[in-house]
Every structure is written in C-alpha cells, then in structure tokens.
Design a protein around this ligand. Structure first.
Ligand code: PBG
Length: 323
C-alpha cells in the first residue's frame, strides 16, 4: 500500500493543516424575532432557545452576541393581528415598531450588519407573501408593495434587503426603487431558490404568519426542481442581486453546490427553523450531542458552497467555538 489516507489524519495538528473547509462566526447571520412592547423575551414554543424580543431586551442580547463574534443579524417582526391588512400597509407605516428598531439598532451598533425580509406575510391578513385576490397570489400588483416596504427599510438604515417573497421580477423592481431614491449602497440578498418546504413551521409559529388559506406552491419552488434553481439564479443575478440564497439548506445542499459552481457572486443558505427544531428536539431527548451535531451541520453547508449561513444556531455555535 503506497497510498494511505489515514496518514493525513494521524494527529489533530495534521488534521487541522489539511482541513478543506473553515467555518467561523464571521460566516453566520443570526435570525432574531422582534415584538412591539417592553421587557419581552417570549420563547417560541416550537423553537426552544429562540425568543420574540422587545427592542429594550434585544439590545443587551446583541451586545452579548457581538462579544461572541456575531456581527450580522436578520430581524423579523412579529406583528399584532390587529395591524395586519390585505395590502400589508403596516410594513411601511411611519410608526412601525420594527422600522424604529432598525433605527435604534443601527444608531447604537453602527458596526453591525442588519438584514431584513421583504415579503408581505408578517403584515398580511391573508398570511401570504403577495397580494391575494380570489384565492390567487398576484405577481405584478405585489411589486409596488414590496418596493414601498424595501424603501421604508432602507430609509430606516437597513444594510441588506432580503426579498423572500418569490414574486417574479422583484429584485429588479426593488433595485430600481432603491437606486432612484439614492440607496445605491443598500445590498440585496435575494431568496433565490426558495422552496415550498415543510420546514418553515416554527418560523410561522414565531410570527403567527402561516397562510390563512391554501399554500405557497404557486410562488415558492417545487422541491423536486434543480434546473429551475439555475433559472431563478440567473434572473436574480441579472436583476441586480448582490448575493443569492438557497432555502432551506440541509435538504438542498446540491442546490447550494450548483449555484456556487455557476455564479460568481456570494451564495448564502438559510438553515431554516424546522431544520434547527429537529436538532433541538433530538438533543433535548439526549439522542445526539447538540454542539457536535450543530458544528457538523454548519460545516456541511459551508462545504456545499455557502459563503454565509443564516442559522438559529449562531449564538450556540459561537459559544461552542469559544470553549
Ligand atoms: C417569509 C419567510 C419565511 C421564512 C423566512 N422568510 C416563511 C415562509 O416563507 O413561509 C422561513 C424561515 C424559517 O423557517 O426559519 N416569506
């Protein structure tokens, strides 16, 4: 035997030297839920360890995460039912607590990167990402609403806009709106290959944003399709996206890989709520080692080709890394 791969694994120093994939806190984006009010830290029942925070409670939490090396956050608003309507008008209302929180956070922590979703669902009385008429999700009529939402977020100081709605043409429409209003520096991380997945449940619990009727299959992608992800990626790239996201991550590592191979802009992946909930549940039962499983999952997403990873594991992983 003249070739023995085990020689390159014989000590931790050698293993570290030949390690092909690195994962650190700089690769992580931490999704956090925000709720209007004071003194709130409500645990999401289907996503243990994750909370709906009020802004006053979130500030010390962000300080703690920054000390652990986490600098990028994606904040999602849990909007009171009474503020939801057909056209998601609260998403760009002047007194919107979420937009105020963006201002507060960017003012207090200028060095953090703040990302935000653009889609109607958290603000929509129909619980859909687009405008609903006679049971249909209208595409072109949704775009002006998304533009208003994106512009309001840019005005509040957001760094990265994340269109998560899957309407056709929304990246171009949002890019144009941002640019003509002078927000040429605001980035777009497009939810490019976003699949109609069973793994979004805990997120919808957190925001109470599940569709009131029907499902999202006329706009989110069919989990069976890979070539279609290349088409979506090409469109988002040409429409001006700065980064392309694949979502969910774990059942879609092949999609992350194929986008990384074919596009020269950063690829990100959203390790979604249901994927994290599975691990929390198994760890709670003592069926697997939480820290090791999380580290392996995040590494695998990086190995598949993701530059950045949105994950609810961000803080726990950062603590584990520090140990
Ligand atoms: C909203 C949105 C969803 C997620 C991110 N943005 C839910 C959905 O599309 O129904 C899911 C994230 C997660 O499950 O962690 N459009």
């Amino acid at each position: 035997m003249n070739i023995r791969p085990r020689r390159n694994r014989k000590s931790s120093s050698i293993r570290a030297m030949v390690e092909e994939t690195k994962i650190g806190t700089e690769h992580l984006i931490y999704p956090i839920f925000l709720k209007d009010g004071k003194g709130l830290k409500e645990e999401v029942s289907s996503l243990p360890n994750n909370y709906r925070w009020s802004i006053d409670m979130l500030i010390p939490e962000i300080e703690e995460c920054m000390e652990l090396g986490i600098y990028t956050y994606d904040i999602f608003p849990a909007v009171d039912e009474s503020l939801k309507d057909k056209v998601a008008s609260y998403s760009y209302a002047d007194d919107n607590f979420y937009l105020n929180a963006i201002r507060t956070l960017k003012d207090k922590f200028p060095e953090i990167v703040l990302m935000s979703d653009v889609a109607m669902d958290p603000y929509s009385s129909d619980g859909h990402d687009g405008l609903v008429q006679d049971g249909k999700i209208l595409n072109d009529e949704t775009l002006p609403i998304l533009n208003k939402m994106a512009l309001a977020q840019a005005q509040a100081g957001i760094d990265i806009i994340g269109p998560s709605d899957m309407m056709d043409g929304r990246v171009e429409s949002i890019r144009e709106t941002l640019d003509i209003n002078g927000y040429t520096d605001v980035s777009i991380m497009s939810y490019t290959a976003k699949y109609a997945s069973a793994f979004y449940g805990p997120f919808r619990d957190a925001l109470n944003s599940a569709p009131k009727s029907g499902d999202k299959k006329t706009y989110q992608m069919n989990p069976a399709n890979k070539k279609e992800a290349l088409l979506e990626a090409e469109l988002d790239f040409l429409e001006g996206a700065d980064m392309l996201m694949v979502k969910p991550a774990l059942c879609y590592l092949d999609i992350i890989h194929v986008l990384k191979e074919n596009f020269n802009i950063p690829i990100t992946a959203y390790n979604v709520s249901g994927e994290c909930a599975m691990i929390y549940a198994a760890a709670e039962k003592g069926w697997l080692n939480y820290d090791l499983a999380v580290a392996e999952i995040l590494l695998s997403i990086r190995r598949a080709g993701a530059d950045g990873i949105l994950t609810y594991f961000a803080k726990d992983f950062a603590k584990f890394k520090k140990k």
